[in-house]
Structure formats: C-alpha cells, structure tokens
Design a protein around this ligand. Structure first.
Ligand code: G3H
Ligand code: 13P
Ligand code: ZN
Length: 310
C-alpha cells in the first residue's frame, strides 16, 4: 500500500485502547530498524522527520528511504509526518514534497498567532489530502538546541476553541513529558498531569491526542553508554506504565526519538569497546540497527499496544 495519512490509524487506536508509535528518522539504519520491527509485529507506524533531520539528511533522501520501506513492508500502513514544523512555508514544503501528515508547532507563539497559522496550514494540507497536528502548551526540554526549563501545561479551557477554529486533525498537549534524555531530576518522582489529559479528552470527544517527549530512556542503554566511555549521568525518561496508561485513552500518537538515539549510541559504544580494530561502518551500524529494531519491538508490544493492529 502507498504512504497513508494517520486518519484511519488514529480512529482505530482511539477505539482500540492503544497508540501508534511515531518514531523520528534520520538515516537508513533507523528507517530499517523501525520498519522491520513494525512489519514483523504487524504494527501501523508513523515515521517522522524534523527540520533538523531534513537539514542533516535531505528531504529527498528521507522521502525515498521511507518509500523504500513502504515497498519492503507491504503488510503495514506507514505515514510520513513532519515533526515540529514551525512555519507555514516548512509545512507547505513537506505537503508539496510527498509527506502525508505535518505538525504545525506554534506552541511558542501567542495563542491567536498559533490559531491563525495552524488554520492556514490545515486548509492547505486538507486541500492536498494531508492531515495536520498542532500543539497547545509547551514542553520543557531540548528542542532544536533550545532548552526550555519549565513546562507550560496545556490549558484545557482553550482546546475546543483551538480545534474548532483551526480545523486541525490531532492535538499535541503538554502534561509533563519533555524532549531529550533528562526528563526528571534525580530523586524526583516522575509524574504526568493525567488530570489535564482527562479534561482535554472530555472536552474533545473522539479527538486524537498526541504526546511528545515520550521516550522512556531505558536504563540498560544508559548504563551501557556510561560503561563504555559515555557521559550521560542521571538520564531519566517517562515510565513505560504511564505511557501505557495514556495509550489506553485518547492518546493515539506517542513520539519517540531519544530512545532511538540511545539504542544506537549504546550499541556503537559497546562495539567499539569490544572490537577496537573494526573500522568498516557496517560492522558497527549493523548492531546499531538491530538495537533500534529490538527497542521498537519492545515498545510496540509492551508500551503502545499496537502490535497486530495493521
Ligand atoms: O522533538 C524533537 C525531536 O527529538 C527531533 O529532534 O530536531 O534534533 O531532530 P531534532
Ligand atoms: P523524546 O525526546 O522523548 O524521544 O521525544 C521525541 C519527540 O517528541 C519528537 O517530536
Ligand atoms: Zn516533539
């Protein structure tokens, strides 16, 4: 099947009590690791490309690698999504350039400006058969090299007005998740504002909600990174059971990038430490790709619950 939008995926996920994994892709091994896991597990998937990914790998390379995955994985629906598009022009570029879904992220803008541009993106996207995610509230953490210290939780009182006026198809909300590998301070009890999620879903029945910043930062990866010369003390993620809980309700899309970075870094550091003479990239990229595949397989089955749903 060709690239699809997330519309059907979200409808089924909403009513089926699971979520779709949205994994960031930056190179071939990442695309392969994710999609091989999804093909084996018969899981629908969203592959997402950030502005930084486009700057690193080039729009066409990423598009063509994802199209190759579509051919190699004939049994599963795959959507190609722009992650954190921060302008109409960037979203338009991806809509015109073969993506089936875009995020317009106006979360740093004043509310009325966010509404205005999100509506403009939604109108253009819908006219071209593409769906749109927008965001209300702001996540803490690192995004495009900018560090935000504090969460600005989503105000549930704004969501109906925002969704009605913009016409967007899904909404990312801030409930305490954050980007990057340092989501909580050491000793701090991980907490998410499930009360906000509940109130948002009450106000937006049947509407797909998105969680960004949802890597779990598996401690076996962190240990391995540190054991083999890395320096990631106190890297902490969102507990898997909290994500599982969110996936049972209105959360239909869960964004994961840092866990991919960690899986790759741990595998490559280990490989170099154990095989210092190796210098063929295939020797260390192969275990890195396998580590991504194993990590994604675990998520599909134990966190997202989307295995067997293709
Ligand atoms: O939300 C941010 C994603 O992890 C993408 O990160 O902009 O460094 O590619 P990036
Ligand atoms: P993580 O940094 O938690 O993986 O979040 C990724 C993300 O939200 C991409 O948009
Ligand atoms: Zn994000």
């Amino acid at each position: 099947m060709p690239l699809v939008t997330s519309t059907e995926m979200f409808k089924k996920a909403y009513h089926g009590g699971y979520a779709i994994g949205a994994f960031n892709v930056n190179n071939m091994e990442i695309v392969q690791g994710i999609t091989e896991a999804c093909q084996e597990q018969k899981a629908p998937v969203i592959l997402q490309v950030s502005k930084g990914a486009r700057a690193y790998a080039n729009h066409t390379y990423l598009l063509k690698m994802v199209e190759a995955a579509v051919i190699e994985c004939p049994d599963i629906p795959i959507a190609l999504h722009l992650d954190h598009g921060n302008s109409f022009e960037l979203c338009k570029d991806c809509i015109d350039g073969g993506f089936t879904s875009v995020m317009f992220d106006g979360s740093a803008m004043p509310y009325e400006e966010n509404v205005k541009v999100a509506k403009q993106v939604a109108e253009y996207a819908h006219a071209h058969g593409v769906v749109v995610e927008a965001e209300l509230g702001q996540l803490a953490g690192v995004e495009d090299d900018v560090v935000a210290d504090d969460h600005q939780f989503t105000d549930p009182a704004q969501v109906e007005d925002f969704v009605t006026r913009t016409g967007v198809d899904s909404l990312a909300i801030a409930i305490g998740t954050s980007h990057g590998a340092y989501k909580f301070k050491p000793g701090q009890k991980p907490q998410l504002r499930f009360d906000i999620l509940e109130e948002v879903s009450r106000r937006l029945p049947e509407f797909p909600i998105v969680l960004h910043g949802s890597s779990s930062v598996p401690q076996d990866f962190v240990k391995k990174v540190n054991q083999y010369g890395g320096a990631m003390p106190d890297a902490i993620g969102i507990p898997e059971e909290m994500l599982r809980e969110a996936a049972k309700g209105a959360v239909c899309k869960i964004n994961i990038d840092s866990d991919i970075r960690l899986a790759i870094t741990a595998a490559i550091r280990e490989h170099f430490a154990l095989h210092p003479a190796d210098f063929d990239p295939r020797q260390y990229l192969k275990p890195a790709r396998q580590a991504v595949k194993d990590m994604v397989t675990h998520k599909l089955i134990n966190v997202l619950g989307c295995n067997g749903k293709a």
